[in-house]
Each structure stands twice: as C-alpha cells, then as structure tokens.
Ligand binder design. Structure first.
Ligand code: GTP
Length: 802
C-alpha cells in the first residue's frame, strides 16, 4: 500500500524535475559546464527550488572565491549509507527515472564526517558549509553556534579498537567508584550522627546532681513539675554500665548492634534492649518524641555517669493479647473480647485522637510509686466485723433480643443510678440512628458497634445498691456468636436472671433446641449457678395476658427442674423492661392477677453463695489494662477463693511471674483488703503487662495452681461427644484441646457407671472423659473448676475438673 503511494509520488516528482531542469538550463545558458544529472540532484536537494538550485550551481562553477566551496572528496560507499534517508530516496528516484545514481558528495550540507566512524571528528556545521546558501547563514563567526555530533557508540568495537578497557583505565575507574562510595557512606554516617546529636541533651557532660524542686528557677521548676505529673519517665535508679548479655541477646536476635549506627535503628522493634555505649549520644526523649513513639519508649533509666539507657518495650496491650488464636467461630468473640469494654468501665476503646494521645501518655508511665508496707491485716476477722452491705453478682442471660439490656437499663434508671437527662440523651441519639426503643439498652451497651447493631457483644458491668446489698450486674450477650462471653460473665456470678420474651412466638424460638434460653440455662447450671430468677419480660407486648404468663412459667418450671435447679431456688417475675412494670415499682394496675414481689425485691431475697474465704487465693483475670500514670499495670477480676491485702505478692499463671499488689479497688472504691466474691481491680507492680492476659489466674505463691495439660472431666453433654477437637473455656480462658478418650457414661440419678469406654456420648448424658490441651504448656485449672467445651460455635459439653 505504502509502496504504491511512493510510486505515485515519484511520478509527480519526475514531472517537477523535468520542468525544473528546463528552467535551470534556460537561466544558466550553455556557459556553465553542468550536467543534467548535477542539476537534477541539486533540484532534488532543494526540493525543486529553481532559484536555490541556480545559486548553488553558480557557486560551484564560478571561480573559487570561497575555499570551503571546493568540491569535496568523494565518500566511500560505506559513507553513503550514513546519509541513508536522502540517498535512498534519491537513488530510488534515479532508478525510477532511469538515471544512473551517483553519490552526491559535493552537495552543500552533506556531513561527510557522519558516515566516517561515527563522530570521530568534531566539525562545526559552518565548517561543513551547511549554512552557506542560507540567508541566515551570514551570522558573524563569534555568534555562531556549534553542532557537535556525539558519538553513538564508544570508540572501538566494530569501528576500530578492541573495545576492551585497558588495565590502567580499569584501575582508574575502580578507584573513582571507591572514592564515590566512600563519600556517600561518609555522608550517611554524618547524617545519622547529626540526627542523634540533635536528640542529645544540651546539658553539661558532668554527672547530674539531684535537683531539688525549690532550687530551680520558676520556669525550670514548672517544667520539672509537668514532667513529673504527665510522664513520670525519669527514674534516678543507678544502672550497671554495660549489659553484655542483653546486647548479645539483641545481636543474636538479629536486632543489630547498638554500636553500629546502620543496624541500630532496626532495634526499635518490640523488644527490650539496652544500649549503654552508643547511647552516650542520647538524651532523654522530648515530650514530642514520647508522644510520637507512644508506648515503645516505656521507660528511660539514667545512671550515675550520665549514660542514659533506653529500655524500649513494645509490650502488647491487653487488647492485643489473644488467649485463643485458632480459627473458629469463637474467634469473633475473642476479637470482640480483646476490644471489649470488659469489666472495667474506665477502659473504653476509642478512636478519638485526644483520647489516643492520653492513652499513649498513660502507656509511657512507669511504675515508680513505692509499694506500701504490708499492714498484716487479719482479713478474715476484718471481713467478719465489717458492717458492710452484702455484695452479690448476678448474670443476666437469655435468648437474643429477649430484652436483657433494656430490663437492666430500666432497673438502673428506676434505682436512680442513671439520671433522666442521660436517658433523654440516649433516646435522642438512638432515634437518630433509627433505634429509638433501645435507649435503656444503651445504658449497658456502650460500644458504637453494639449500639449500631442493637446487639450486646460482651459482658457489660454495672453496679447498684439496695438497702441491704451491693449488686453487680453482668449483662451477657444473647447472640449465639458470643456464648463464650456469656460463660465469662456467668463464671463470676452468684446467681442468674433469665430473661424471657413473652411475645407470641418469641419465647418459643428461644426455647427450641438451638435457642439460647436453653443453652444459657444449661451452661449456667453446669458452671455452678444454682439460683435462678426468671423474668417473664415484654408482657406489654401480649397485653399483660395472664394465660401467656402461666403457659411460659409451666414450660420453664419443667425444663429448669430437669436441668438441675430446685424449685426453692427458682423464682418467676412478670415484667416489662420497656414500660418499667414490676421492676422497681409494682404494676398492679396492669397485672391485677399478680401480687408477688417486684424484680428488685426478688433480687434482694437472693442470698449469695457461700464463699471459700479461707481457701488459697484464686483470682481469674478478666481484663488487663493500664490503670493510669501511677498504675501502669492493672487487672480486674473476681476473687473466686481466699483473700488478699495491699502489698501481698501474687503468682501469675501460666507466665509464672510474680507481682506485688500496690492497690485494691472494690466497686471503684479503694480498699486495704478483699475477699472471695469481691470483684476487684488490682494495681500491680514488679510485673510487665506482657505477662498478663485475660483468663490467666493469680494465686498465692505458697499454694499455687499447677497448670494441667491433661485431665479428667465429668461432663453433661449437650451434643454428641466422640474423641474430637474442642475449645476449652473457663471464664476468659480459652484454649484448644482434644477429647482424648471417653472413660464412662454415668447414671444421672444414681451416679453409677452405665457403660465403660462408650464409643460416643449422646446429648443430655453425664459422662467422664479425658481432655488434653493441644497448644501450650497447660492451663491453670485445678480440681473442682468448671469448664465448658465448645466446637464450631456450639457448646458441646460443660463439666467439672476431677
Ligand atoms: N415491647 C417491649 N419491647 C421490649 C421490651 N424490652 C425490650 N424490648 C425491645 O426488644 C429489643 C431488644 O432489646 P434489648 O434490650 O437490646 O435485648 P437484649 O436481650 O439485651 O439483646 P441482646 O443482648 O443483643 O441479646 C429492643 O427493641 C427493645 O426495645 C419490653 O418490655 N417490651
């Protein structure tokens, strides 16, 4: 296609050429000895510009005025190829015109050098006569530019030379490269040293002397105060000058050596490391650095020779600590737990920047407050004599959406714990997101996710008091995905409040086989709860129908007695959480058929279980957090057995680390001692937060728990049990395990062996099985502890360690 186009063009050019030739001949006459071929070439070169062609021919054939205009030697055939574009077209054209193509080396502007060895000669365009016939070519010499033809290929190779670098040249090149590399490295080192030098204090090099607050000028004093109040980072403790083991350990971990600036920065990882020599350049980190690096720089220790030693600690927060990492449906729950509100309302997760900074500042706090001396209190005597109110914990259980949170929110509101303004605020906010009926539930459901989803996800704790008792509410989630959290709550409770939704169809759906009314009740019983209050809720939704109430109570009484709850320990209360009927105030106007106690009266009459106050101390950790600047390590949990007082030493399991009790809080009030049954917050010292996680146990070092990796369990099966993998749950403790063998099935009533080594255990059967912990060195459980076994998001059995 394109070839045809060219031919057509050549036809057109042939005509132009003939016409141009005639014009040139006519103008020049016969005096000028120029051939037709020369004229045609010139015409082609000037693209049929007749006047330029004539000028050129005249200049060529006139007597030589300009030496540069002399005909140039003919280039070789090779050289022609250098001007390929023009030469090829012209040759083609000549061929087409039956004209013998010959090189046109004498044409102006032809750059003979180009074709000869690729730029080995640098000639200016003027020298080459390139602009000779151009009007703008009459530029004075001094103002003319230079066109330098660059070499395309290096000298040598095909066009001459071997192409190899000489030894001398190679040596020079190597030297040059080395010098450049050294210069670059030098620059980098200087940059890192100058960075450290900028961080270094401008203080004199001599050893610091203790500064008394009064001796400081006012500005310095205030700075000192601010430092003390906000950071508490300087520990005037002497430190050993060199810590070779730590350095060696760090080097062996591939964290780089402190003396090597290039490997120093990778050290800033989640490890604790000391840099005694290198850190002579370093000073105390600025407030900005502290805020910026957050909890990485948790302590800064200064020794007497003014060599600061950084202990960089990247302890994972309690929220990061996961007790159970196996992928299973329960992982959702564990993730929720790790970011949960937990039992400590003070520790709320937030994404707000200000609170993040506050949390970072708290994380920088160090444990430098002295531990009080032990007062040697006779705790049991104190407890006996104390005229304190009874304390009772109850867990609120039931099927999803039965109205548990709403009922408890209303209870707190009617008791005066929550004021009218807060409820109105919740109401307005709930209306905004289309959940107006959830405003009472919001008293307990405090996380954004719970509120937007309208589902409780983790145990929410709240306190209220009556004339005789301090109550702790443990509001459990009803959704089946959060059953492990319900177990965690139930394991701390003295009794349970089972909430039933009386609305048509709702009670039935919770009560059917896979409903949580059934599962929660059985679990509560299996983990030792013997007292249960059944709140028949949402009666307003069935128009306070007495028959519906009777129907529900009959079905439930039967089920509860089968599950092992005695009739003395079971109470039924008709109510409505949303309207507040029969919770704190009676509702005789709505339910004239009921003349029994209100919910709060029923709660008051529920006596807490007897507690093993004189047994060895056992606390299951429910939550681990930083309790403030003075209390960088705090835990919350319930004392299951024994007692403790401030300055006691406790052993943590399974980490086997010991800690000292710096402070005790019961219901957010500080106390010198606590006993079994109390929900406590303990502020600890002498332990790193990484050694504590929810589900761990704290016990007295004199009678510690021996962690078990294999144990016998007497279970009530809820699903068919065979040798299989299971999740082991106890409070917040989650571990992966395996049913190794089925030892025997047992008769419920007589307790006698029904069958030895059964192949499987059917639902509802009591059996003795052997369980093994598959991950880790064992779990802190002992004889009498109640455990729950789960598989695939379902509770398969609950039982007691034998
Ligand atoms: N009519 C009526 N509705 C109620 C009553 N109590 C609660 N509700 C409604 O039931 C829905 C669920 O209430 P929640 O209190 O969140 O139920 P819950 O059992 O705590 O839910 P989960 O903890 O997520 O299982 C909400 O829309 C409440 O307004 C009641 O007494 N009467």
């Amino acid at each position: 296609m394109s070839r045809h186009k060219n031919i057509r063009n050549l036809d057109l050019h042939a005509g132009q050429l003939r016409k141009g030739l005639a014009q040139v001949r006519k103008t020049l006459g016969t005096e000028i000895p120029v051939t037709d071929k020369e004229i045609q070439e010139s015409l082609w070169y000037y693209y049929f510009d007749v006047s330029k062609t004539i000028n050129y021919i005249l200049s060529q054939h006139a007597p030589a005025e300009n030496p540069k205009a002399k005909p140039q030697p003919q280039p070789s055939r090779k050289a022609q190829k250098g001007t390929s574009g023009i030469s090829f077209s012209l040759s083609s054209y000549m061929a087409h015109e039956h004209v013998c193509a010959s090189p046109r080396t004498n044409l102006p502007g032809c750059l003979p050098g180009i074709g000869q060895g690729h730029g080995s000669e640098k000639k200016t365009a003027t020298e080459l006569g390139f602009f000779r016939d151009c009007p703008w070519g009459n530029v004075p010499e001094h103002r003319r530019g230079e066109i330098i033809v660059e070499r395309i290929h290096p000298r040598g190779g095909l066009l001459g030379g071997s192409g190899k670098m000489s030894k001398l040249a190679a040596l020079a090149k190597a030297r040059k490269e080395k010098a450049v590399a050294e210069k670059k490295q030098d620059g980098e080192e200087k940059a890192s040293v100058s960075l450290l030098a900028r961080l270094a204090p401008k203080a004199p090099a001599r050893a610091p002397t203790p500064i008394s607050k009064s001796s400081l000028p006012p500005t310095q004093e205030s700075k000192q105060e601010i430092k003390q109040k906000t950071k508490q980072v300087i520990m005037p403790e002497p430190q050993p000058e060199a810590e070779p083991e730590k350095i060696a350990a760090a080097s062996s971990q591939g964290l780089g050596h402190p003396e090597d600036p290039k490997t120093f920065f990778p050290i800033l990882k989640d490890k604790s490391i000391y840099m005694p020599q290198f850190t002579s350049l370093l000073g105390s980190p600025s407030s900005f650095a502290l805020s910026f690096f957050g909890e990485r720089i948790s302590t800064i220790k200064m020794n007497t020779t003014n060599q600061e030693t950084f202990a960089i600690s990247g302890a994972p927060t309690a929220a990061q600590a996961k007790a159970f990492s196996e992928p299973s449906p329960d992982d959702i729950v564990i993730a929720a737990q790790s970011g949960s509100k937990g039992l400590n309302n003070a520790r709320k997760k937030t994404d707000k920047p200000v609170e993040k900074i506050e949390a970072a500042v708290q994380a920088m706090a160090i444990d430098n407050a002295p531990v009080k001396t032990r007062k040697k209190i006779d705790v049991l005597e104190e407890f006996k004599n104390a005229k304190t109110k009874e304390s009772a914990n109850f867990v609120v259980i039931g099927h999803v959406d039965a109205g548990k949170s709403t009922l408890m929110g209303r209870l707190l509101y009617d008791c005066g714990v929550i004021d009218e303004r807060t409820i109105q605020k919740f109401k307005a906010e709930a209306e905004k997101i289309g959940k107006s009926s959830f405003h009472f539930a919001w008293v307990l459901d405090q996380t954004d996710e719970e509120r937007s989803r309208g589902v409780t996800m983790d145990i929410a704790t709240n306190h209220f008091s009556t004339a005789s008792t301090n109550f702790t509410i443990l509001d459990a989630p009803g959704h089946r995905d959060f059953v492990p959290n319900m177990i965690a709550g139930a394991s701390q409770a003295d009794f349970a409040v089972l909430v039933l939704d009386a609305s048509t169809g709702a009670f039935e759906s919770g009560f059917q086989n896979n409903g949580q009314t059934r599962e929660h009740t059985l679990l509560a019983r299996a983990i030792g709860i013997s007292r249960i209050i059944v709140a028949v809720n949402k009666l307003d939704a069935v128009n306070w129908n007495h028959d519906r109430y009777i129907e529900i109570t009959q079905q439930m009484s039967h089920f509860l007695s089968n599950a092992g709850f005695s009739s003395d320990s079971t109470s039924f209360v008709p109510c409505s959480g949303l309207t507040g009927a029969n919770i704190v105030h009676d509702a005789r106007d709505k339910m004239p058929w009921y003349n029994g106690p209100t919910l709060i009266q029923t709660l008051e009459s529920s006596k807490p279980q007897s507690r093993g106050i004189s047994s060895p101390l056992r606390i299951t950790i429910n939550d681990v957090f930083r309790g403030g600047i003075q209390n960088p390590v705090s835990i919350s949990g319930r004392i299951e057995a024994g007692s403790l007082q401030v300055a006691d030493t406790l052993l943590t399991l399974p980490s086997k680390e010991s800690a000292t009790v710096k402070g005790i809080e019961i219901n957010e009030q500080s106390s010198e001692w606590a006993v079994a049954g109390h929900n406590v917050t303990l502020h600890l010292s002498g332990i790193d937060i990484i050694h504590l996680k929810p589900g761990d146990v704290m016990c007295s070092p004199e009678s510690p728990i021996v962690p078990l990796s294999c144990f016998d369990l007497k279970i009530l099966s809820l699903e068919t049990i065979t040798p299989m993998l299971v999740g082991i749950h106890r409070g917040r403790l989650n571990a992966s395990g395996r049913v190794v063998s089925l030892l025997e099935s047992i008769d419920k009533t007589t307790g006698k062996t029904l069958k030895k080594k059964p192949r499987h255990v059917s639902p509802g059967v009591i059996a003795r099985i052997k369980v093994e912990v598959t991950l880790g060195a064992g779990i802190p459980v002992e004889k009498g502890n109640k455990l729950v076994l789960r598989l695939g998001g379902k509770t398969v059995a609950a039982g007691i360690v034998e």
